[in-house]
Design a protein around this ligand. Structure first.
Ligand code: GAL
Length: 691
């Protein structure tokens, strides 16, 4: 067994009290570890040893099995076949690779689908999904749930006490679905009954007096149809919460079954696509941590400069790091693109070095591991043309494969230089900021954006990018977090809010925190109703201002706000503010009938301050300049990294990444010892040093 995993196991059995959180499974001195997916069932068994040996030789420390193999694990109902998997696990162990075991629930076998077609999801128009793809079964189907759990239990019985298995991945990229099956309808009604208890309470929450939508029984309620115009907003919101619950509760059920049999040394996670308008990520309480999957070059992002698409958009990894880590205090990345993919809109080659840049970026966020999909490029099936660590011949490393391999050697070097007592530089930690995030709120805004100029994630990113250009560590946090841990807390567009959260925000500022609130915050209560009061009434005292009205501009007619004699264009959302006495006006609207009125305000609240940005600028420059003023006022020195230059610290190492199209020269402290890269970092390059 791999030495590093053995250490983790010893830690679990011997020093459980001392090893907490991620350290329980991933010893800190290991820093990070790298793995690759392998599908033994795709290849002739005579090749398995060659492949697994190669994986180990390339520096990988773990592999990942049984992700889509239910048909091979349970070829007939109740008849399990683990012989092939036993053989693959033994080979992994022979070459010192730990194994992540998957639950295969994303691909039910045909015997199950044919015997119980009711396990399939149903489209809005009534058509059923069918066998032959993946993720076609319904998380709401009780048959599917019970058959899945039976198979998962057999797997856990077989491998739960097996020290070669380091952890479990549940399902694959679990999502939530619009499923119109009978079971989904039934469970939606049950969920509503549990939430509201009486139909009167539901009628009130959904505002069904509007358009004669009144219900007299839960059984009359259906799943809202996306194609139907004008369906009740509150019903759609509730359905979305319900769908989150279906995903989260299915994973929890799987985790509970595994825990019955598994040793505490084995961790349990799932691999989520980072999406910020879904509530299921972080909702499955039984998981030890959450991991994410990331593909950077797929035709979707321009990146920076003409060839930026070959590196991808840096916030896609940055924000995912800073979003997943705070959920459980640590995280891993389960899939990181090894090269070209097959499913994008344009599947370009990543820039040579891009894979390495992404690996270091994941590392910089504090990740405990990075795994890649997949070791061997597929030669058949839906994912032809998808790269692997080795090409379709099964033996020749791809450029991305070599970058993975090099990374494992560089990590070895870092491990040798690891100092357990190393602290994060105080100039870095002083800048720390949090963004308050609530998935339900994002979903609610996206369902009812009011203007096509608005982009919720884009709004968050304006603040995120500004903070990253300052060189600040950032956490996305929930309203249950300790706000006091952050000198600066940004509350972007928290449209739906309950009074308890507002009280908590007020107490944070009053206690000395620096609160930054932005447009749309506090407009609605947690049911999505406006307050029967002036607009955003409960936030006014915290803001130190009233909102006179809000305005939305068409894209062809932007207007501007003026801050410090500089003009900033905007279209998407403007709130025309009336400061209370004692509140400063930092920026004003210009160019329209409300020219001269306040757009950004700032006031003291107890020992802290509240800054309110009543406008969403087009470029994000206003957000950056206002945050800069705040940081200056707080006497927190910040950097001014150009767009695409990121600098983070972990475990005594500094990591600088260049996603821009120009070389960047990094200034290091004298005693800094370069571990990899050069002080002048070329586009796509990385510099890692010991502080
Ligand atoms: C991921 C998925 C993997 C594989 C990969 C291809 O989204 O989780 O199973 O399909 O895409 O790039």
């Amino acid at each position: 067994m791999n030495k590093l995993f053995l250490t983790a196991t010893l830690l679990v059995s011997g020093f459980l009290v001392f090893a907490q959180g991620g350290d329980r499974f991933f010893p800190p001195s290991q820093l990070t570890t790298v793995g690759a997916y392998y599908y033994p069932e795709h290849w002739d068994s005579s090749q398995w040893e060659r492949d697994i040996r190669k994986m180990a030789e390339m520096g990988f420390e773990f592999t990942h099995f049984a992700e889509f193999a239910w048909a091979q694990l349970e070829p007939e109902e109740g008849k399990y076949d683990f012989a092939w998997l036993d053989k693959a696990v033994a080979l992994a162990a022979k070459y010192n690779l730990g194994v992540v075991m998957c639950t295969s629930t994303a691909t039910p076998p045909v015997w199950l689908t044919r015997k119980h077609p009711e396990i399939l999801m149903r489209n809005e128009d009534g058509t059923l999904y069918d066998h032959g793809a993946r993720q076609h079964a319904s998380f709401s189907s009780s048959f599917y749930r019970s058959y899945s759990l039976k198979m998962v239990e057999e797997l856990a019985r077989r491998y739960g006490q097996d020290a070669r298995i380091i952890g479990w991945q549940l399902d694959n990229e679990p999502r939530k679905f619009m499923d119109f099956s009978n079971d989904a309808h039934q469970r939606f009604r049950d969920w509503l009954r549990e939430k509201y208890q009486t139909i009167d309470a539901l009628n009130k929450a959904w505002g069904t007096s509007f358009w004669s939508a009144l219900y007299s029984s839960f059984d009359q309620i259906n799943i809202p149809r996306p194609s139907q115009w004008g369906t009740n907003y509150h019903q759609r919101l509730d359905h979305s919460h319900f769908a989150d619950h279906e995903t989260a509760s299915f994973l929890d059920a799987q985790a509970r079954v595994i825990r019955k049999h598994a040793s505490p040394a084995q961790w349990i996670t799932s691999n989520y696509i980072p999406m910020y308008d879904v509530g299921y990520i972080g909702q499955s309480r039984e998981l030890d941590f959450v991991s994410y999957t990331r593909y950077m070059v797929y035709g979707g992002d321009r990146g920076i400069g003409r060839k930026g698409y070959r590196l991808g958009e840096y916030t896609r990894i940055g924000m995912a790091n800073d979003f997943f880590r705070p959920l459980k205090g640590y995280y891993g990345v389960m899939e990181l693109q090894p090269g070209q993919v097959n499913w994008g809109t344009v599947n370009s080659q990543p820039l040579p070095g891009a894979v390495s840049l992404w690996l270091w970026h994941v590392f910089a966020g504090g990740s405990r591991f990075t795994c890649t999909y997949r070791f061997r490029a597929p030669t058949y099936g839906y994912e032809q043309y998808h790269y692997g660590i080795v090409g379709p011949d099964g033996v020749t490393p791809t450029p991305g494969g070599l970058e993975f391999s090099l990374f494992t050697r560089e990590v070895e070097k870092l491990r040798k230089n690891y100092d357990p007592k190393a602290q994060l530089p105080s100039r870095y930690t002083k800048r720390k900021a949090a963004l308050l995030f609530d998935a339900g709120n994002v979903m609610a805004i996206n369902m009812n954006p009011q203007t096509r100029e608005w982009n919720t994630e884009g709004h968050f990113l304006k603040y995120y990018r500004a903070l990253k250009s300052f060189g600040a560590p950032v956490d996305f946090i929930r309203d249950t977090a300790r706000f006091e841990d952050y000198p600066v807390l940004i509350v972007p567009a928290l449209q739906q809010v309950n009074r308890a959260v507002l009280e908590k925000l007020k107490a944070y500022a009053a206690g000395g925190g620096h609160l930054v609130m932005t447009v749309r915050t506090g407009h609605q209560d947690q049911n999505g109703h406006f307050w029967e009061a002036p607009f955003a009434a409960p936030t006014r005292e915290i803001m130190g201002a009233d909102i006179e009205f809000y305005d939305l501009l068409p894209s062809h007619a932007p207007d501007s706000v003026v801050y410090n004699r500089k003009k900033y264009g905007w279209t998407s959302w403007g709130e025309i503010l009336k400061p209370h006495s004692g509140t400063e006006t930092w920026a004003t609207f210009s160019g329209d009938f409300y020219a001269g009125k306040a757009a950004v305000t700032h006031h003291r609240l107890g020992k802290g301050t509240v800054t309110y940005l009543g406008v969403d600028s087009r470029s994000g420059d206003l957000e950056k300049d206002i945050l800069l003023k705040l940081y200056r006022q707080l006497r927190i020195p910040v950097e001014n990294y150009p767009p695409g230059i990121l600098v983070e610290y972990r475990d005594g190492f500094g990591i600088a990444l260049n996603y821009s199209d120009k070389p960047y020269e990094m200034t290091l402290r004298e005693q800094a010892k370069i571990m990899t890269g050069t002080r002048v970092i070329n586009p796509g390059g990385v510099l890692v040093w010991k502080e």
